[in-house]
Structures are given as structure tokens and as C-alpha cells.
Ligand binder design. Structure first.
Ligand SMILES: [Zn+2]
Length: 72
């Protein structure tokens, strides 16, 4: 009877591994997707256009706006 139990435990472990692996790859994809823009002057990574605009107004107020700003 212990054999059947061991099999179940092994299966549970495998499922945990699969779940962990899935989480890892999802996190990586999310992290990559989070960076949508890089400031064209200082190359700082920006997660969205709003952040980029705020960064631009704070750091490069005298420079012309990049073309990305016109699209949103
Ligand atoms: Zn910048």
C-alpha cells in the first residue's frame, strides 16, 4: 500500500515543480512586458507612457517631446 502513496506523493511533487516553473516563466514575461519604452535621451526604462511623460518633464523639460507622446 505504501507504494501507491509514494506514487501520489511523487506526482504531487512533480505538480509543484511544474507550477513553480510556470510561475517563473510568467514572471519573466511580465517583467519583460512591463518595460515598454526607453527614454530616448537617457535610455531609462519606462513601464508606460504616463511614467515616460513624467520622467521627461522632470528630467528633460527643455528637450522636444519624443514621437511616442503623440500616439496616446
Ligand atoms: Zn530620460
Amino acid at each position: 500500500m505504501t507504494r501507491g502513496l509514494q506514487k501520489l506523493q511523487a506526482q504531487a511533487k512533480n505538480n509543484e515543480k511544474k507550477a513553480a516553473a510556470g510561475k517563473k516563466s510568467d514572471g519573466k514575461a511580465a517583467a519583460a512586458a512591463a518595460i515598454k519604452y526607453n527614454c530616448q535621451f537617457c535610455k531609462a526604462p519606462m513601464s508606460d507612457l504616463q511614467t515616460y511623460r513624467e520622467h521627461f518633464d522632470a528630467k528633460h523639460p527643455k528637450l522636444a517631446h519624443p514621437p511616442e507622446f503623440a500616439t496616446a
